[in-house]
Design a binder for this molecule. Structure first.
Ligand code: ADE
Ligand code: ZN
Length: 329
């Protein structure tokens, strides 16, 4: 088999995927009709044609519009089940899945709707051999007070489902919304025994990566590709083996890099950084996790050894003990 075939079949963890970013245009239209939600695009094809992004914000505007079709517990179940089917086909044995509660509570859809819907899908997937956790992300373009209220409202759900709900994250519009804005809510999450991750250094400066580490006590950095701008930061990431959850197709679609050949993944690997490969928002960026591996293998001519490092990094950087390569073979 080719290297791409071997990597596609290999067991892997996915540590950076937004469940709302797995909503395919067909499912968006189906749920819009079922729930009588108006959409700005007349057909599925028109919606797909709108997926031409120039920046993170240009994507987020469409992503939040897509999210608006999610209304019932069954909608969240269907979306999550569809992602998990794809994940299984991509060799994913463990997934840590982000969700954006504020994009639902702001529309009057409560935790009692989306949490049971998602968990029902996670329970089914466990029988197919995929373990999962949910990470609740705060929308950084909203005020700190909104995040504090969301965390307070979520507490009973974290208590009720500690095996499924394990951590908090930080996402949405990065520039102008530094991690320091969320230091207090992350401190509360840590005090409650929750794991912590944050998007940083996707479009934003290296200063935001330092803040995520020092002020949020983040245990992984989501994206972090701008870290090569600061040699001291690269040395620190390498020394501490801080995981970066890199999403190559996302980075090219959102114009962080002009082409995949320009991606700095190999430089990160060569600097000894603990890099992993993930899909971010697979319905919007052109593929699930295996498509991300395939794209970097092709564009950067990754070696077999580099690919196994990436796969092993994904399993080792999860918040659970996953089987190591030695145990799998
Ligand atoms: N929400 C969904 N995808 C995101 C990304 N790539 N960056 C920030 N927020 C997001
Ligand atoms: Zn993301």
């Amino acid at each position: 088999p080719s290297l791409i075939e071997k990597v596609s079949r290999a067991p892997k963890a996915e540590l950076h995927v937004h469940i709302e970013g797995t909503l395919e245009p067909e499912l968006i239209f189906k749920l819009a009709q079922r729930n009588n939600v108006p959409l700005a695009w007349p057909t599925v094809d028109d919606l797909r044609l709108a997926y031409q992004f120039t920046s993170l914000q240009s994507f987020l505007d469409i992503y939040y519009a897509g999210t608006s079709v999610l209304q019932t517990e069954d909608d969240f179940y269907e979306m999550t089940s569809a992602y998990l089917d794809n994940a299984c086909q991509n060799g994913v044995i463990h997934a840590e899945i982000f969700f954006d509660p504020q994009s639902h509570t702001s529309r009057g859809i409560g935790f009692d709707v989306f949490i049971p819907g998602m968990i029902r899908a996670l329970e089914n997937a466990r029988e197919k051999g995929i373990s999962t956790q949910l990470i609740m992300c705060f929308l950084r373009h909203l005020p700190e007070s909104d995040a504090l209220k969301t965390f307070a409202d979520s507490r009973e759900w974290f208590s009720r489902h500690p095996e499924w709900l394990t951590g908090v994250g930080l996402d949405s519009s990065e520039n102008g919304n530094p991690p320091e804005k969320f230091a207090r809510v992350f401190a509360r999450a840590k005090a409650a025994g929750l794991r912590r991750v944050a998007h940083a250094g996707e479009e934003g400066p290296v200063e935001y990566i330092w803040q995520a580490l020092q002020l949020l006590d983040s245990e992984r950095i989501d994206h972090g590709v701008r870290s090569l701008d600061d040699p001291d930061l690269i040395a620190h990431l390498s020394d501490t083996q801080m995981p970066l959850t890199v999403c190559p197709l996302s980075n090219v679609k959102l114009r962080v890099f002009d082409t995949m050949a320009d991606h700095n993944l190999r430089e990160l690997l060569q600097a000894g950084v603990n890099v992993t490969i993930n899909s971010d928002d697979p319905a919007y960026f052109g593929g699930h996790v295996n498509a991300n591996y395939e794209s970097v293998i092709d564009a950067l001519q990754l070696t077999e050894s580099e690919c196994y490092t990436l796969l092993e990094n994904s399993l080792m950087s999860a918040f659970v003990d996953t089987p190591t390569r030695e145990q799998m073979v």
